[in-house]
Design a protein around this ligand. Sequence first.
Ligand code: SF4
Length: 475
Amino acid sequence: MCGVVGIIGNAPVAEELWLGLLAIQHRGQDTAGIVTYDNDRFHSRRGNGTVQEVFEQKHLLALTGNAGIGQVRYPTIGSGSEEDAQPLLTNSPFGIAMVHNGNVANYGSLRTWITNNYHRHINTTNDVEVILNVLAANLKDSSTNSPNEIFNALKAVMSKVNGSYSCITFIAGHGMLAFRDPQGIRPLKIGKKGKNFCIASESVVLDTLGYKEMRDVLPGEAIFINMQREMKSKIIKAKPARHCIFEYIYFARPDSIMDNVEIYKARLKLGEEIARLVKKMKLKPDVVIPVPDTARTAAQGAAEALKIPCREGLIKNRYIGRTFIMPREVNRAEKVRYKLNPLKCEIQGKKILLIDDSIVRGSTSKSIISLIREAGPKEIYLASTCPPLRYPCFYGIDMQTRKEFIANGRSLSQIQREIESDKLIYQSLEGMLKSVGNGKLCCTACFTGDYPTEIESDDMLRIEKDRAKQVSLWE
Ligand code: SF4
């Protein structure tokens, strides 16, 4: 879960990169970074925190150059420390800066392989560094590489790296290179303004910066834009598309369009599907209440289909972030209470259809339900806009151990009892696929266990172990 932006233009790009990263801040708040290139050298600013926390005006002024790349990061592999913040740079055979969104599933074995075969030093625990080094080791050690030679070097990347990766790279003296893994698991878009190009994780960046959307970068495709801003593209290695369906359900901004899916419309339809299930169960809720913020669009879709109001029954303190730090230990119920406050006037005496985008561990759902109960509802029906999550994600979404899932090894009634809702409604797999429109082109592995790439059991164990360590740090 990260967001990337790259721009090549005819005027300083630091401010546009900064604004672009702000537009996709929801994709990661742990680190932020920008590297620009001024035809002579790279300039870099990276740090822990949000875009607003990392960059002051003086930093943007120091980021000179008409080309650059940036990233906001949520760590999936790596310590999440400042040293792991992207963009990462290498100096050999050229200055190369790289950002990525995704997760290298075979990071451990690939790291060792690079050290043994290319004798290149890996200095961070950030998985983009292994992609960067495979690319660098396969570029020709001469003054320039033609676009075709650069595309050839990417063949090694696409055959060695297993997982999801949407990358933007800047090669000093050459230009900007963007590429997407062979199944296009993570999104990547390209847009144009005059002769300038912008490549970004979500279309909302192009909208915000006034670039006209050209298209999605295709699965397995590489796009190279040289210093004269001439674009060339090539499919390096394509397999059938498997776009992450979770982007549409939860992760992307509702005003983005990805791989021809309008996120807002998909979420409305997910809500309509929930309404269909509610009718089938002969439930008669009085009001639909979304768990803020991502479930709001689906809640509107459900309410319209059920012909009942959709109301804000939980008010969120928008100044509390995902990982808010307290000077003392607080439990999940307390955290939920500090984030959300129930509106008694919308809840008291009513049958509530509470809609959330997903149920992962169930502990947050249980705390929210308990909070709503204090406001005196008649009944609470909890609906998840996606089916039960049962399998870990190895492609960059933050849920990587089976044990985390409440739906793992429990029946519907057991889950309902555990989270203490009066009824529990899960989206059906068919309903989810139908709602996003291009369901056949999607990865649904966290629901079905059908992974788009083959993952060695050693890699699975390592990722689950790393994730368990990280969860224990956050708890
Ligand atoms: S496993 Fe789930 S979260 Fe991970 S890429 Fe596939 S659909 Fe997305």
